[in-house]
Design a protein around this ligand. Structure first.
Ligand code: HXC
Length: 301
């Protein structure tokens, strides 16, 4: 059954704005990325979502396809972003079946809570490999297609048309440092640097590269895996966790005409949580309740 639009996309966006376009998304089987892709498909795009689990990825592709009559959505579930050859094969299939790639979301991530004392060298490396190297591999594998798209859709003041755009999904851990998240903080710092460098190096060829950073979002699988639940006051000034719709809306903003002059930026959609000062109860802001609980019970620092 189709999920109602109001759950994953605001009413302000016009149907058809991504007609004829194709989006390629890693981590597309997850709660946040699937909502981003669902929104793009609703507005006209066809899509390829990538994951490591065949059944989950294919089922999600089918579900996303219900967002628009006639939508084509491929789910490829044998891809590990740590292996560029698997990504290259997925890109090849996407081009063959959907005709090219105009937008990319590098969304695949791996995470768990652990103090430094509990992190083996391989545990640390695994998260860097998935988040940082995986984002780089996603860029490398899709770049030739992004360049073709950007050349077809020149982004000028009089024609701010879309195409040749990439969004990297990041976090705010590394702005302050984060206990139990050293591995993810280091990995996401690399992702932010990667995006900024792409923006500078490929801007002259019409590509835009930006980071979209979700704060705590209600109902995500990732948060559930980390054992997170919404604390009282939600740990941010807006006093609530965000919705997947609010991340999807940010995505449409960056990929559509509205975002044509945004390049090398970080769009943080976290209710202002990471900025909150101590006077606003920033212990809870900076360290959501479940992190604090973990710190006291399991982190022998
Ligand atoms: C310490 C751990 C660990 C843990 C795994 N390791 N879990 N160390 N604490 N809880 C160690 C293992 O012992 C091993 O090291 C190394 O990490 C690799 O583990 P594997 O299980 O072999 O790796 P793999 O099968 O590739 O799985 C990768 C993974 C896993 C990251 C460990 O959790 C995963 O597949 N996650 C994908 C989904 C995911 O995490 N999504 C969350 C994204 S959400 P040794 O030394 O033993 O070999 C997100 C936003 C979070 O990122 C927002 C938070 C506020």
């Amino acid at each position: 059954m189709a999920i109602p639009r109001s759950q994953y996309l605001s009413s302000v966006w016009r149907d058809g704005i991504f007609d004829g376009k194709v989006i390629f998304c890693t981590g597309g089987g997850g709660t946040i990325c699937s909502a981003q892709v669902r929104a793009m498909v609703h507005l006209g795009a066809n899509a390829c979502i990538i994951g490591r689990n065949v059944a989950k990825t294919e089922a999600m592709a089918k579900s996303i396809a219900t967002a628009r009559k006639g939508a084509k959505v491929i789910g490829i579930g044998e891809v590990d972003v740590r292996r560029i050859d698997t990504l290259e094969k997925a890109v090849e299939r996407t081009v063959k079946e959907l005709g090219g790639i105009d937008y990319v979301i590098a969304g695949a991530a791996g995470n768990f809570l652990s103090p430094i004392s509990g992190l083996s060298a391989n545990a640390f490396k695994t998260v860097i490999d998935i988040d940082t190297i995986g984002s780089y591999n996603t860029l490398k594998a899709t770049l030739p297609q992004l360049l073709i798209s950007a050349a077809k859709n020149p982004n000028t003041a009089t024609n701010p048309s879309t195409g040749g755009r990439i969004i990297f999904i990041s976090a705010t851990f590394h702005y302050t440092g984060m206990p139990l998240q050293t591995h993810a903080a280091v990995a996401k710092a690399g992702v932010d640097a990667l995006s900024a460098s792409v923006a500078l190096e490929y801007g002259p060829r019409g590509i835009t590269s930006n980071v979209l950073t979700p704060g705590p979002i209600a109902g995500t699988e990732g948060m559930a895996r980390l054992g997170g639940s919404q604390p009282e006051g939600a740990g941010n000034p807006l006093q609530r966790w965000g919705s997947v719709k609010e991340i999807a809306d940010g995505t449409v903003y960056l990929f559509s005409d509205t975002g044509s002059y945004v390049n090398g930026e970080v769009l943080v959609v976290d209710g202002g949580g990471w900025r909150a000062p101590a006077s606003m109860g920033s212990q809870e802001m900076a360290y959501p309740g479940f992190l604090l609980a973990d710190l006291s019970t399991k982190a022998k620092l």
